[in-house]
Design a protein around this ligand. Structure first.
Ligand SMILES: NC(=O)c1ccc[n+]([C@@H]2O[C@H](COP(=O)([O-])OP(=O)(O)OC[C@H]3O[C@@H](n4cnc5c(N)ncnc54)[C@H](OP(=O)(O)O)[C@@H]3O)[C@@H](O)[C@H]2O)c1
Length: 320
């Protein structure tokens, strides 16, 4: 993608003093850049990371780059392959008794060999089920802190889903081909899930709840997601050729963070009651695929997701 002057930049982020922002996967890529930009404007930033070492390093980097004396930045550990860990992270955050102004559901990955965790295909588990469950757990806090925002970082990859009658139950376990297109197609379902869930939350909350829920595609961004060595196709001729041909067109993580920063911080979101919408770079509203706005499909995904969440938590002995 060629980069022209964006309609929104970090200079447009208002003062965020007194606001608490929670960013999942805040140690890398567009999540890390979002954390730096919001901490620079005075927000209290809480990030999730997969382990203590990544969390400690990320907090130090965010504080150093934000350039704000006494920046308030902290991390909690959350592994999204494990809903018990998601539950524990939410409890840890809620126990602080602080407000929550922005929940940025950003963590995600693409492309590993096919695997199931707790009986669910891992891209669906990490990219869709974990953020949906975290959003459910933190929704009461967002309502209490309203006006507040929930943001699902999706992808234009959601358009890869061509099937007009998605059987969501089968998507949770379907064995895809371990080829570039096979892996990306399953990623597409998980990212379609992000938009559907954003729209489902927005529909349930309505325009007057004070909780604004939106989704976005950050752009094609040069982050670790493209260089995951667990990809079955990483290092293959076709993938190396793809990176060689297109890699130079990728935008930087700082550029890629702008659309989610707009949804996290721009006053228009509240002023214009922007909710249940989908944005692309830079901060431009776009219609997602028709399936993303299909309310019957959203309700089906919501129902199956809740059933699966309930089963996994019961199997793990998590009391909810
Ligand atoms: N880059 C793009 O071109 C692009 C395009 C469209 C959409 N997106 C979306 O943008 C979001 C951020 O990705 P990115 O490009 O910034 O990639 P990234 O640099 O790889 O960052 C992804 C973040 O998610 C975390 N994560 C991955 N698997 C996880 C798991 N099992 N449990 C908990 N956290 C996990 C990563 O943690 P670790 O550091 O520990 O792995 C990292 O913090 C994703 O939702 C992605 O789908 C990216």
């Amino acid at each position: 993608m060629f980069w022209s002057k964006p309609a929104f930049s970090t200079a447009d982020i208002p003062d965020m003093s007194g606001k608490t922002v929670l960013i999942t996967g805040g140690n890398s890529g567009v999540g890390l850049e979002s954390a730096v930009a919001l901490a620079a404007k005075g927000a209290h930033v809480v990030i999730s990371c997969r382990d203590e070492a990544k969390g400690t390093a990320a907090v130090a980097e965010i504080k150093a780059r934000a350039g704000v004396a006494d920046a308030k930045v902290e991390f909690g550990v959350m592994e999204q392959k494990d809903l018990a860990s998601v539950h524990g992270f939410a409890q840890w955050f809620l126990a602080k008794g602080q407000r929550l102004d922005v929940l940025m559901l950003n963590a995600g990955f693409s492309g590993t060999s096919f695997s199931l965790a707790d009986g669910v295909e891992t891209q669906m588990l990490v990219n869709h089920l974990a953020p949906t469950y975290l959003a459910q757990l933190l929704l009461p806090k967002l309502k209490e802190s309203a006006p507040s925002r929930m943001i699902f970082v999706s992808s234009k990859g959601h358009r890869l889903v061509k099937d007009q009658n998605v059987d969501w139950r089968s998507v949770f376990t379907r064995k895809y081909e371990e080829t570039v297109s096979g892996v990306l197609s399953q990623y597409g379902y998980s990212k379609l899930g992000n938009i559907q869930m954003a729209n489902r939350f927005a529909r349930e909350l309505g325009p007057n709840s004070g909780v604004f829920v939106n989704s976005l595609h950050p752009g094609v961004v040069a982050t670790n997601i493209w260089y995951n060595k667990d990809n079955p196709y990483f290092g293959s001729l076709i993938y190396s050729a793809f990176l060689w041909v297109y890699g130079w067109t990728f935008i930087t993580p700082a550029q890629g963070a702008l659309t989610q920063l707009y949804l996290a911080a721009h006053p228009d979101v509240e002023k214009k009651r922007i909710t249940g919408r989908y944005f692309v770079p830079t901060a431009v509203e776009e219609a997602p695929s028709p399936l993303a706005t299909d309310t019957a499909s959203q309700d089906s995904l919501w129902a199956v997701s809740n059933e699966v969440i309930k089963r996994i938590l019961a199997e793990k002995g998590v009391r909810v």
